[in-house]
Design a protein around this ligand. Structure first.
Ligand code: FAD
Length: 431
């Protein structure tokens, strides 16, 4: 659905060029190059809006498509946007140079000097090239997450800097008329979505609920649960399996917002997140004092019982991936099954409440302990092993949350066990 929407929008964005270009008007190479430059310009303008919209944190998108999926599509589309921007720039340069019989370098000088808003458009293209480079998987992994994130915020500058040249120079947008008005309206809508999703909605949410840390409890040597209280929690609309972006307002933590899932379903009295210490921020959370104010943005995500297609579900968790599944167990109909993979018995989190839920919600739970190379886990996490444990596995929705390796391997095994792709729901803790 999301992909169809993006494609339909893409076709609509080049429609102005199509309607504006009489048949047989592309006679010379320069005409063809310039036309290709204009088409890629319209495509780039449209894709930039889609990219910003996907990151606007608009509640309806976060709940309908989910933050994790939005980030994935945003990442994939980023490469296409960069290609469109670079193609637009080079095709227009070469096309204009050919039309005016100048060298490409001379033409670049003319564009920068004589054309309105062109300098800022070049700067916008440079910003997008930089962001495209930081999007390369290896570069992204090498950069600290916060640096990478803050670099990305300058994409808003690209949106502003690239705005003017479309109207002062764009052949299809230069003249006042419905196309120009529609294009400006799209920009205004995206900026409105951004302001709503990033500023107004979080402000409303946090003024309304005024969350604070109530307690921090150790669940294992490297895992804590943070309990939060606040006002009007009974009015919170959220589902087990969803996550929030949390900002703990202490001296060292306030400037970072990190995603954590709810590890208990809504109960009107408190919220809980369960956090594995993996780096500096999660280590700091161990020292949170009761009373610390918390700024939350969300809820986000489609990894919920409400998004299933079948009555029954099988949940597969690896390590701290149990957190959203634990919350979801409270909202699934009785008869669910849970396979919980952990390296050692000490790595099993929330053991007692899982056992309690097994009774209360008639859920079967198997704790599968050991490395994935051990014979026991290997046997269970095979198509035959899964079918033996859960004979109707192919007729269940399967929710998977854990390290990327476990999730990928489990998807392969589930497909071999006959589970259709649409019944498999994934959470990999990656944005
Ligand atoms: C949707 C979602 C839900 C999550 N739910 C839980 C949960 O319930 N329990 C739990 O223990 N962990 C959860 N995580 C993982 C958790 O967000 C990271 O472990 C945490 O942010 C690491 O921060 P750090 O500074 O301690 O570690 P670092 O060593 O700085 O980071 C470790 C990795 O975490 C990711 N990360 C770091 N900072 C951020 C950030 N601000 N935003 C997004 N990703 C970041 C990066 O991939 C990074 O490589 C979830 C992640 C996502 C995306």
């Amino acid at each position: 659905m999301l992909h169809v929407g993006v494609w339909v929008g893409l076709l609509a964005s080049v429609l102005p060029w199509w309607l504006d270009t009489p048949a047989g008007s592309l006679e010379t190479t320069a005409d063809v190059l310039t036309a290709a430059g204009r088409i890629t310009g319209l495509v780039a303008g449209y894709l930039l809006l889609v990219q910003v919209l996907m990151m606007s944190r608009l509640g309806v998108l976060e709940r309908w498509i989910g933050g994790e999926r939005l980030s994935r599509v945003h990442r994939d589309l980023g490469a296409t946007l960069l290609v469109a921007v670079l193609a637009h720039l080079s095709l227009i340069l070469v096309g204009y140079a050919d039309l005016e019989n100048k060298s490409v370098l001379t033409e670049a000088g003319v564009l920068l000097r004589d054309y309105e808003d062109m300098l800022s458009a070049f700067v916008a293209a440079g910003i997008m090239a930089l962001l495209g480079f930081t999007g390369v998987r290896a570069v992204r992994r090498a950069l600290p997450y916060e640096l990478w994130y803050h670099l990305h915020l300058i994409s808003y500058a690209a949106l502003l800097l690239g705005f003017g040249h479309q109207f002062s120079n764009g052949a299809q947008l230069f003249e006042p008329g419905p196309v120009r008005t529609g294009w400006i309206a799209m920009y205004l809508l995206v900026v409105a979505a951004l302001v709503w999703g990033r500023v107004i909605a979080p402000l409303r949410f946090n003024l309304r609920h005024r969350l604070r840390v109530a307690d921090v409890v150790a669940e294992s040597p490297d895992t804590i649960s943070i309990y939060l209280t606040g006002r009007r929690l009974e009015q919170l609309e959220m589902l087990g399996g969803q996550f929030f972006r949390w900002r703990f307002l202490t001296r060292g933590c306030w400037w970072q917002s990190h995603p954590f899932s709810l590890s208990a379903a809504a109960n009107g009295r408190w919220l809980r997140l369960t956090v594995k210490v993996v780096g500096s921020h999660t280590a700091d959370l161990r020292d949170l004092d009761p009373g610390t104010r918390v700024w939350a943005e969300g809820p986000s995500g489609t990894f919920t019982a409400a998004h299933r297609t079948r009555e029954r579900a099988l949940l597969i968790a690896g390590g701290s991936g149990i957190t959203p599944l634990r919350a979801m167990l409270e909202e699934l109909p009785p008869g669910a099954a849970l396979i919980y993979r952990a390296r050692t018995p000490a790595d099993v989190l929330l053991h007692r409440e899982l056992d309690w839920l097994a009774d209360a919600r008639q859920t079967q739970i198997w704790y599968v302990i050991g490395s994935r190379h051990d014979p026991g886990p290997r046997q269970i996490m095979s198509p035959d092993g899964l079918r033996r444990l859960v004979p109707d596995v192919a007729r269940r929705d399967v929710y998977l949350c854990g390290p990327a390796g476990l999730v990928e391997e489990s998807v392969r095994v589930l497909r071999q066990a006959g589970v259709p792709r649409r019944q498999i729901h994934l959470a990999t803790f990656e944005l």
